[in-house]
Each structure stands twice: as structure tokens, then as C-alpha cells.
Design a protein. Sequence first.
Length: 230
Amino acid sequence: MAPETPSTARNDEACSRPSLRVDVGDVLHLQPIDEEQGTRYTVKVIGYLVGESLLVTTPRTRAGVILVREGQPFTARVLVENRVYGFGTHVLKSNARPYPYLHLAYPRELESVVVRKAPRAHTDLIVSVRVQGREQPVTGRLVDVSTTGARFSATERVAGLNEEVDLAVRLTIGEIEEYLRLPCLIRREQVEGREDGLEAPSYLYGVEFHGLPQPSRLALYAFVYSRLAQ
């Protein structure tokens, strides 16, 4: 048997590490281990080499690029298909050229949680609901959203079952804002209010997306999965 060399030992170690199976463009959430609990940064995967490193964009805020030091530890989360993966990592190298990006240590261990087929991300966003034949849209609150539908509430009746409506909402994906128009069908209507009648009733609607344009569908997927990965 040939003696083990440093190169063969390194290859064996890489083969024994878990395969994360991420794609370029996937959203990754980084939470610094040595900072306050609520801090989370959203980055994008730009490449990887199994067993070596994971390349991601450097975190940004509205003020600019975050200063990240080499060796800084993070907890990372990413949603792949119907699983949220979590792992510990640290910064191997921080690069500023030709654009800011990081080499993160490839995970040695992975933890995962299975989510249901059409998981819902809870929200509290203003939504504009336009009904065919009505001049003025109705303003409501988006309660939650999935890749196939959503729920919203309103202070007045919007439409009946199986009627077509358009939802217009502004979603924040990382540092990017997307204004989406989502055509859908009313699938459920629920009226809530106090029994004494002193308070105006509220209406809760469940809708199913119908005929989404491809750009809106991709943005919706990115928003839902990024929220779930948090």
C-alpha cells in the first residue's frame, strides 16, 4: 500500500465532508457568532469548491459594505429545495477586488430541517388589492405569503370566492426592493369581528396565484425562501 501523502489525505477529507448542493445565486443568511443576537446579513452564493470554500458576496447595508475580518465566525443558513440547512463557518479570506466577496470555510457538519411543500413566510406588509370593475384599489395587510398563494386582511369586503384580483406589494430581498403585481384568485373569505357589533368587522382572504409572470415568480421564490431561511 502506498504511503499517504498530504495531497491524498486532503482529498480523502474533502470527500468525507457533506455536500451542500447550493447553486450560484442562492441566498445565504449569515449571523455573526460574536455579535448581538439579532444581527443577520443576507448574501448570495457566487461559487464553491466542495471541501474547500464557499464564495459569497460581502454583506452590505444601506450605508455600504460591511467590514468583515478574516477568521470571523458565523452561523449560516440556506434553503435548498424543501430543506433549511444550517452550519458553522468562518471567513477564510476577505477580498475587495474585483468586487467585495468572501471565502467561507466549507461546512464540516450540516443540520437540516424539512419544510412543507408550499411553506408560508409570515409578513406584515401593506398590500394594494385591485378588483376588476372597481376604480379604486383596496388597501390591506399581507399576513403571509408562499410560492403558490397568500393571505391578506382588509377592513372592507374586497371580492367573492373565485373572483380575480391583483395584489401589488413591495418586497425587500436582501438589500434589493422589488415591486410586484401578483394576479390571483380568491379561494377563501373569513369575516372576523366582535359579537357586540361595536367594532367594524375585518375580512381575511386566502388567494391562489394565477398566471404569474416569470420575473415575479422568481422574485417571489427568492423572498419566501430567504425569509424561511432566517
